[in-house]
Design a protein around this ligand. Structure first.
Ligand SMILES: Nc1ncnc2c1ncn2[C@@H]1O[C@H](COP(=O)(O)OP(=O)(O)OP(=O)(O)O)[C@@H](O)[C@H]1O
Length: 400
């Protein structure tokens, strides 16, 4: 290895040490890396690129604050995420997202170009992903028909590969914790990019247990995570399974049509599957493009991913293998878990959605967690400190 590439690798690895050791130093470290790797953007550059954060350039608003479209002088299109001063999501999650993304590079994960600090303002600069987020296409727009079966299947495969990379192939195991349709961006060639790492957790190899708090989005959260705080890669597998069933049915799990005589999308899919009628969940707009054996296989796989028992869910590795083969015999899925059941039980009757897909963080915190594929976790303590009531986005900074 040359001296230059060695120092590049050392720089890439640095944040790991700070993430798991001293709080605060990580920020300084990230700035150094950003500067050395020319990832540090001058505020003026971003002002010019976004026409002074002109409202007409606003792409949307998430838990961090507004996101603006911009164009750099070299022609690159960017999306600038501006941490709003009043955001409860906070500095810590911002730093979390910046640090994680700074060393993650995969075709199916959104690319972070850089980072900017200007006084109190903090900004993240991403590649601009042209085709909006998946939820806007799938659930809200006239453009839904553009999502034919091939595109949906490619999205399922791409998200699966992105998640496999995060779980197994990146420098460390990263659990995203908030896989959902609005966190999948589609580029101009319909390639899916996993976005929004504010809630992701990094698990250094030498550290299998981390105390965490429950964060995620109702309708997507694995039951063992919501109920007991057991966090493992299988929580992402569960959310992925929900996403697969949403892509096939065109129905949002969190606002599921209760007249269909089922508690939620998973329950409905499972009941039909058991009767040998799983294809009835298929979005009617897929009728002309669907490859029936593939759809049936993906429904079964979605049900395997959302099984109540996390040990029975496949790993993302297995999911990618399943997707890369011709439809073959898969095992029988057992009953699905009830997503976000902790909220449902406490606030409304089972089966009704509580937030319509907005990310939440529960006051149920401090758990042992594991990045292994099995959950060996048990609760260590419980210190309730915050809830989501005052946060319009339902997100809270994490505490490690
Ligand atoms: N790199 C990007 N390219 C294009 N659009 C983007 C990009 N990043 C975010 N957006 C858009 O900006 C909006 C806000 O995104 P952001 O990730 O901040 O929040 P969110 O995922 O919508 O909500 P939440 O923070 O509650 O999960 C979204 O509508 C998304 O489509």
């Amino acid at each position: 290895m040359t001296g230059k590439s060695k120092s590049f690798m050392q720089n890439l690895m640095k944040p790991f040490k700070f993430y798991s050791s001293k709080e605060g130093q990580g920020e300084e470290d990230l700035e150094k890396i950003a500067a050395q790797e020319q990832k540090l953007f001058a505020f003026e550059t971003l002002v010019a690129a976004t026409k002074d954060f002109n409202p007409s350039n606003k792409l949307g608003e998430g838990g961090f604050g507004p996101v603006f479209k911009g164009k750099l002088s070299d022609g690159r299109e960017i999306a600038v995420k501006k941490l709003s001063q009043s955001s409860n999501q906070g500095r810590k999650e911002f730093m979390n997202e910046a640090k994680l993304l700074a060393r993650v590079q995969h075709r199916n994960v959104v690319n972070l170009f850089g980072y900017c600090v200007h006084g109190e303002e903090k900004l993240l600069v991403y590649e601009y992903v042209a085709n909006e987020s998946l939820d806007k296409l799938l659930f809200r727009s006239q453009r839904r028909e553009e999502l034919d079966w091939k595109r949906r299947y490619d999205i399922i495969c791409g998200v699966a590969r992105g998640l496999l990379y995060l779980h197994e192939d990146s420098h460390n195991c990263i659990i995203h914790r908030d896989i959902k349709a609005s966190n999948v961006l589609l580029d101009d060639k319909w390639v899916p990019k996993i976005a929004d790492f504010g809630m992701a957790r990094l698990f250094p190899e030498d550290q299998t247990h981390v105390n965490t708090r429950v964060a995620g989005t109702n309708g997507y959260m694995a039951p063992e995570y919501v109920m007991h705080g057991h966090l493992s890669v299988k929580a992402d597998v569960f959310s992925f399974g929900v996403l697969v069933l949403e892509l096939i049915s065109g129905q949002r799990n969190s606002t599921f049509n209760l007249s269909l005589d089922a508690q939620n999308l998973l329950d409905w899919s499972y009941k039909l599957y058991k009767k040998g009628r799983s294809l009835e969940i298929m979005d009617p707009t897929l009728a002309s493009s669907a490859v029936i054996e593939q759809v049936a296989m993906c429904i079964q796989m979605g049900l395997l991913c959302t099984q109540g028992d996390p040990h029975l869910r496949p790993t993302m590795h297995r999911v990618v293998v399943i997707l890369s083969k011709k439809p073959s015999n898969l095992e029988e899925p057992s009953r699905p878990g009830v997503p976000g059941s902790r909220y449902r039980r406490s606030r409304r009757p089972a089966g009704l959605s509580s937030t319509g897909g907005t990310s939440v963080e529960s006051d149920f915190n401090s758990f042992d967690t594991s990045c292994n594929n099995t959950n060996s976790a048990s609760a260590t303590s419980s210190t309730s400190s915050r809830n989501t009531r005052n946060d319009p986005h339902g997100k809270r900074p994490m505490h490690s």
